[in-house]
Design a protein around this ligand. Structure first.
Ligand SMILES: [Zn+2]
Ligand SMILES: [Zn+2]
Length: 188
């Protein structure tokens, strides 16, 4: 009787962290954990790991520091399984196409401190994310400066020239640089 159940019990799983075969004895920190799933508190079973899309790791990975413990209580998830563990993930940047590592510490911060939805993933590498952010900031500054074009001071125009240079619009940069020079000549 109940042969199916025992075959699942003795079945090994491949740990996403170390890629090794792991049995229940190496899943003590995961199996039996109480997690809020589908509107009720569940005690995690091996079947959940097999059929779900949890991020998890074996005890050895936690002990060696290869994996960080995830805390579903503070994660935002609904129709997606929470992160039981964080391990470094390799991803390809959609902007520069380079492979980068989405580090476990960064993931924990992303999902548990910033509380982004569990299924959201960064599209870009850190370098490109910084570039995108800087570009956004520059564009904001630009629209503020250009709001009252007729009231631009020399410093404003100098700044406009700099910004256009930074966002790769050399013609506009040159235009404001010329205006600055003209204004300075007039003042002297
Ligand atoms: Zn492992
Ligand atoms: Zn990139």
């Amino acid at each position: 009787m109940k042969k199916n159940k025992s075959s699942v019990k003795n079945k090994s799983l491949t740990c996403p962290g170390c890629k090794g075969d792991v049995y229940d004895s190496n899943l003590k920190r995961t199996l039996g954990r109480k997690v809020w799933l589908w509107g009720t508190v569940s005690s995690l079973k091996k079947e959940d790991l097999i059929h779900g899309n949890f991020q998890w790791a074996c005890d050895s990975c936690f002990e060696s520091g290869k994996a960080l413990m995830g805390n579903p209580d503070v994660q935002l998830y609904c129709d997606f399984d929470p992160n039981l563990a964080y391990i470094d993930l390799e991803k390809t940047c959609e902007k520069c196409r380079e492979v980068y590592v989405f580090k476990k510490e960064e993931q924990k911060y992303w999902y548990e401190t910033l509380r982004f939805w569990i299924q959201s993933k960064p599209k870009h590498c850190l370098k490109c994310r910084q570039e995108v952010r800087e570009e956004k900031q520059l564009n904001n500054e630009l629209s503020i400066l250009l709001k009252e074009k007729e009231k631009l001071t020399i410093q404003d125009m100098e700044r406009l020239s700099e910004i256009y240079q930074e966002i790769n619009k050399p013609d506009k940069s040159k235009y404001y640089k010329n205006l600055v020079e003209k204004a300075k000549r007039k003042n002297s």
